[in-house]
Design a protein around this ligand. Structure first.
Ligand SMILES: [Zn+2]
Length: 411
């Protein structure tokens, strides 16, 4: 091993600084990172330095994308001074594929918070007290830096654009600005993943909003979670009170990862001591897998335009529109030649009852060939719950025909 190589290895092996990042961002000296404040500027400078340290390059135009807070912004109408300058911090990791590198995946997390209370605070007597915003959203920013560090060691095919947004708490202003003035064309942005409030994992419950904004998302999330083992609640459209909404409005597939609300939300008690660090690391690992899969997949995603917010149906025993009958397989999202390889089947599912198992490669469902996951999804969609269908699998060298009675997919 050459000296240069051993130095490189040392740089990569540097211990994660996830807690250091959270502590810096939530220090009282930053006064709650209110958009346009000196504390927010210190946070922005720190983030640009961290992006550089972990191996990102500044975006075309530099680390900072500035925007002026309009006098029409909700917070401004409530008395804060207009004309503030917000700064998005943007770093990129160029893709390694000569063609796919012209497309991007955006990973975002807002770094601004409520400053010293007033607008947005849920504490009635909190004006003048620092709101440190550890979960909201130092957690997401620290997670984003972890993902950046690990992707930089082994860049995927597409270019990743990492954005720490400002102006979120004033009404998604930073992400709105980026969508209006994208540094990399939105038409070539295949998806936006948002980390907002991911520091309070409880009982392994991870919420992913936006799961219905691309046809491929439900099965991709399911496949990734086979290894991650979250109690995953993947649901909903792309509208919600965080930065993914700006990208969904621009008709991009979006996902928002979230470990749910808690009693410290938008209060002075949202401090770093309450962050579930192991949980945050698990969410960062999951995000790494998600962004890698998105950035390496051969095809783009199929955007689903949902006209109106759907009611949450986490526990409603209804057929999910558009996803057809339920089989209960967990496909290998990295793909397999000539069919859909399974990493496993769900306990008690129609797939398990039919005798399907991990490593089977599904080549046909009913009368339809299934060369890839899209074809398999289409094949399942053409059947109704309760129907019995033939499923042809390649198992080793042999082709086997099994019969499965399809179930009802629960939302
Ligand atoms: Zn917030």
């Amino acid at each position: 091993m050459t000296l240069a190589r051993s130095l490189g290895a040392q740089a990569i092996a540097e211990p994660p600084r996830i807690l250091d990042d959270i502590k810096f961002l939530t220090d009282d000296r930053l006064q709650g990172r209110s958009t346009g404040s000196p504390g927010a500027d210190s946070a922005a400078a720190y983030l640009a330095r961290r992006f550089s340290e972990v191996g990102l390059q500044p975006a075309a135009g530099g680390w900072f994308q500035s925007f002026t807070v309009s006098r029409d912004a909700p917070a401004i109408r409530q008395g804060k001074a207009g004309g503030l300058i917000g700064k998005n911090v943007i770093g990129i990791l160029p893709g390694r594929d000569p063609v796919l590198r012209n497309q991007t995946v955006v990973l975002g997390a807002h770094y601004d918070h409520l400053g010293t209370g007033g607008f947005g605070s849920l504490d009635p007597d909190s004006t003048g007290l620092v709101h440190n915003g550890a979960d909201d959203n130092a957690s997401g920013v620290a997670g984003l830096i972890q993902v950046a560090a690990r992707l930089a060691a082994s860049p995927p095919a597409r270019t990743i654009v990492f954005i720490a947004f400002s102006g979120e708490e004033l009404g998604l202003l930073g992400s709105e600005h980026y969508v209006k003035a994208p540094i990399y064309p939105l038409s070539a942005t295949i998806a936006m993943v948002n980390l907002d409030m991911v520091g309070r994992l409880r009982n392994g419950r991870l919420i992913v909003y936006g799961a219905r904004t691309a046809r491929e998302f439900p099965s991709l999330l399911d496949s990734l979670n086979w290894y991650a083992g979250f109690d995953l609640k993947a649901q909903g459209d792309g509208y919600g009170p965080s930065d993914q909404s700006s990208f969904y409005a621009a008709k991009r597939p979006v996902l928002h990862l979230f470990t749910d609300l808690h009693e410290d939300y938008h209060r002075t008690t949202d401090d770093w001591q309450k962050v579930n660090l192991d949980g945050l690391k698990r969410v960062a690992d999951f995000t790494l897998g998600l962004v890698t899969a998105l950035a390496n997949r051969r095809a783009s995603l199929t955007f689903l335009d949902l006209p109106a917010p759907l009611p949450a149906q986490a526990s409603a025993p209804a057929v999910t529109p558009g996803y057809g009958a339920y089989l209960g397989t967990v496909p290998d999202m990295t793909g397999a030649p000539g069919g859909v390889r399974l990493v496993g089947v769900r306990t008690g599912s129609p797939a398990e009852k039919a005798g399907l198992r991990g490593d089977d490669i599904i080549t046909r469902i009913g009368t339809k060939e299934t060369p890839d996951l899209q074809a398999m999804t289409d094949a399942l969609r053409s059947h109704r719950p309760g129907e019995t269908v033939e499923i042809v699998v390649r198992r080793g060298a042999a082709l086997t025909t099994l019969r499965a009675t399809l179930g009802t997919r629960r939302g």
